[in-house]
Ligand binder design. Structure first.
Ligand code: NAD
Ligand code: MG
Length: 395
């Protein structure tokens, strides 16, 4: 790489944001953190601005942005502070920007991620919710604007690495028989099903192998995360649902696999640390140091595999159903899940009510096609309203 890649990080104060800045800091000659964005964490954003001196810092919340601007002035830093959703879209689409790390959590990430694709950026996609909500529309937008899409989600990054280099979106001509999407099984993989109704947010957020934001941690505990990832894989790799098989692999060392018609299975392995897929995508097509320690096979010792339990983890089944139904259903699933997870984290409902709420909302919202981002955002609002109504009726 001859020039420095200018990068916008959407969600720089989060778990993926931290890991991305860690990789950037290892390669000051290759990358520049040009714009950093977050929801409202003033202190953390200030510390990041002091360290990386970005051209722009955006906080969604205007009051937080004002406090940040004052603090930045006091420190004598040149960073310009902006706020609001339009500012998020703007820093994702500035002409100077080469790459956008899309790492906002949830549906909130969709508009700036779309802005990056619309302006033909290298889109490093961690925000799986964008693909779940608007898979076809987003993939068409990427293509129409000559954007490049590289997956950050560890499984999809592993699949990307295990596909033939010249893969053109056709599994059949590439000789691929199946995509094997691995899953740790989350913190409740081996607890009895009856105990699930009493689990606390603290227990649900304690992932055995990965340290992540709260929402994706709960998604891992319900296995909705794997369901969202099935939908994500469907769009990224043009894979029909029956060619995507979820394989429980508790060690999280194999990050996913591609099976070929000749019986070969190609896998990507590594320590469970998001800096590996981040460095892979940021440096692509070169390989660069990520700071992740080498995988010690003797310490790993063994690799185990199990079939998923759809009865214990109904969210996984609901995600396959939403994908099969198509149209607005994956967006409905996603919106209901976001409300359910937030309500569980706020202790307003039980862990086992998460799939109940989602199933209800999928019944309540009529199925329809979606053609534009506006259609997607309308569906999102409608499904959230249904979810809140359901919760109110329970109490
Ligand atoms: P996180 O909660 O740690 O961080 C989320 C970031 O988004 C923060 O910077 C926050 O300020 C920002 N944000 C939240 N709400 C916002 C809003 N309304 N508007 C603007 N910014 C907002 O989350 P995370 O674990 O880093 O996950 C980020 C995304 O990456 C998610 O879509 C997740 O599914 C995906 N992902 C994460 C991991 C992981 O290991 N953490 C792995 C794979 C995929
Ligand atoms: Mg993942």
């Amino acid at each position: 790489m001859n020039t420095t890649r200018k990068v916008t990080i959407l969600g720089s104060t989060g778990s993926i944001g931290d890991s991305t800045l860690d990789v950037i800091a290892r390669h000051p000659d290759r990358f520049e953190a040009f714009a950093l964005t977050a929801n409202n964490n003033v202190e953390k954003m200030l510390a990041q601005c002091v360290r990386f001196q970005p051209r722009f810092a955006v906080l969604l919340n205007p009051d937080s942005a004002e406090r940040l601007a004052t603090a930045i002035k006091e420190k004598g830093i040149k960073t310009e502070v902006l706020s609001g959703i339009e500012a998020l879209e703007r820093v994702a689409s500035l002409p100077e920007i080469d790459a956008v790390m899309a790492a906002i959590v949830g549906a909130a990430g969709i508009r700036p991620t779309f802005a990056a694709a619309r302006t033909g950026k290298l889109v490093l996609l961690a925000n799986k919710e964008t693909l779940v909500m608007a898979g076809r529309i987003f993939m068409d937008l990427v293509k129409a604007n000559n954007a490049t899409l590289l997956p950050i989600d560890s499984e999809h990054n592993a699949i990307y690495q295990s596909l033939p280099q010249q893969f053109n979106g056709n599994l059949v001509t590439a000789g691929i028989s199946r995509i094997l999407l691995t899953a740790s099984g989350g913190p409740f993989r081996s607890v009895p099903i009856e105990t699930l109704q009493d689990v606390t947010p603290e227990q649900a957020c304690k992932h055995p192998n990965w340290s992540m934001g709260q929402k994706i941690s709960v998604d891992s505990a319900t296995m909705m995360n794997k369901g969202l990832e099935v939908i994500e894989a469907h769009w990224l790799f043009n894979a029909p649902p029956d060619k995507i098989q979820v394989v429980i692999h508790p060690q999280s060392v194999i990050h996913s696999m591609v099976a070929y018609v000749d019986g070969s299975v190609i896998a990507q392995l590594g320590n469970p640390d998001m800096r590996t897929p981040i460095a892979h995508a940021m440096g692509f097509p070169e390989r660069i140091d990520s700071g992740v320690s080498a995988l010690d096979m003797f310490q790993v010792g063994q690799l185990n595999f199990e079939a998923p339990d759809f009865e214990k983890f109904p969210c996984l089944r609901l995600a396959y159903q939403a994908l099969a139904a198509g149209g607005n259903m994956p967006a409905v699933l996603n919106a209901a899940n976001e409300v359910a997870v937030a309500s569980f984290l706020d202790r307003r409902m039980k862990f086992t009510a998460i799939p109940s709420m989602i199933a209800h909302v999928m019944q309540a919202v009529p199925q329809q096609e979606m053609l534009t981002l506006e259609d997607v955002l309308k569906t999102d609002t409608l499904a959230r309203n249904q979810a809140h109504e359901w919760l109110a009726a329970q109490q």
